[in-house]
Design a protein around this ligand. Structure first.
Ligand code: ARG
Length: 290
């Protein structure tokens, strides 16, 4: 993969502990929101009474796609399916590590057909598919940090899927329980900034987690960036990092400031239309790890 190093010009790190950040171009899967709309309500962000603008959603999504291309990412696309308006949130389509795609099995009937659609894409594109037995919503709830998988539960993925995930990948899986319905997927409450083993770095919203989960996060990631409620409330944590460049919601200003202090290069995008469905940058991004 392409490697880019160094501090962004004119943005010297101000934190003593800020380290040299390193970009590794990612391979990701996305789904163009050609059929995006809000016609059901499965999270507090969604209101079918509010109008949505599908062409604006497509234009905003295109800006995210263009940013990834400019960062040298290999971006794959899955065809959107009519009648599956949430398919744009590709993160939920599964989890992919070591060329093995653990498929999704959605909580809500409205999204259940997406599971097989994504598994078909994985199979057609050279990934080994692990068909899930347990309810899970893919990278929405599972985040790889170093060699550990942080796994969310409470609203969507069943904690039994965490054990299944551990068996599929033979990696440590840490269960984290979410308690605020507005932050119903782990990737709405926690962002992986650096996944390099030995220098793992994350950002999170403490109030989204129950006390035991918060204690685990504090113990394992003492230098984490703590994101405030204002930035979290526009899904600012729902961001995607290549180790140096962090693509975030452009309105998440305090998070942006903290990222710069820690030596990252934040890149803001506006996905306001997709926020109407309860998703942001990370939700639209499924990492493909060969
Ligand atoms: N409307 C979708 C749902 O409620 C949004 C999914 C957002 N995805 C995510 N990875 N957080 O399922």
């Amino acid at each position: 993969p392409e490697i880019q190093t160094g501090q962004p010009a004119g943005q010297p790190a101000t934190k003593a502990e800020a380290r040299q950040r390193k970009a590794i171009a990612r391979s990701v899967l996305m789904c163009k929101p050609e059929h995006f709309t809000v016609v059901y309500r499965i999270n507090p962000w969604m209101d079918p009474a509010l109008p949505t603008d599908t062409s604006l959603a497509v234009r905003q999504w295109q800006t995210l796609y263009d940013v990834y291309i400019s960062l040298g990412f290999d971006v794959k696309l899955i065809d959107p399916i009519e009648g599956l308006p949430d398919m744009v949130y590709a993160a939920n389509g599964g989890m992919v590590i070591d060329g093995i795609a653990y498929g999704a099995s959605f909580t809500h009937p409205e999204r259940q057909p997406e599971g097989p659609a994504y598994m078909k894409w994985f199979g057609d594109n050279g990934f080994t598919v692990a068909v899930p037995e347990e309810i899970n919503e893919g990278e929405g709830d599972f985040l790889l940090v170093g060699d550990t998988i942080l796994a969310g539960t409470g609203f969507r993925s069943d904690s039994r899927s965490h054990q299944e995930l551990g068996r599929v990948y033979n990696r440590e899986v840490i269960t984290l329980t979410l308690i605020n319905p507005s932050f119903y997927h782990l990737d709405t409450a926690l962002a992986v900034l650096d996944s390099t083993p030995g220098q793992e770095h994350i950002a999170y919203l403490p109030s989204a987690f129950d006390a035991p989960s918060l204690a685990i996060l504090q113990e394992r990631y003492p230098d984490a960036i703590i994101v405030n409620e204002t930035d979290a409330a526009i899904l600012g944590l729902n961001s995607y990092s290549d180790g140096l460049n962090v693509v975030i919601a452009s309105r998440a200003k305090d998070f942006e400031r903290q990222l710069i202090e820690h030596g990252y290069n934040p890149i803001g995008v506006d996905l306001s239309e997709l926020l109407l469905g309860g998703g942001g940058v990370k939700c639209c991004t499924l990492e493909l790890r060969r």
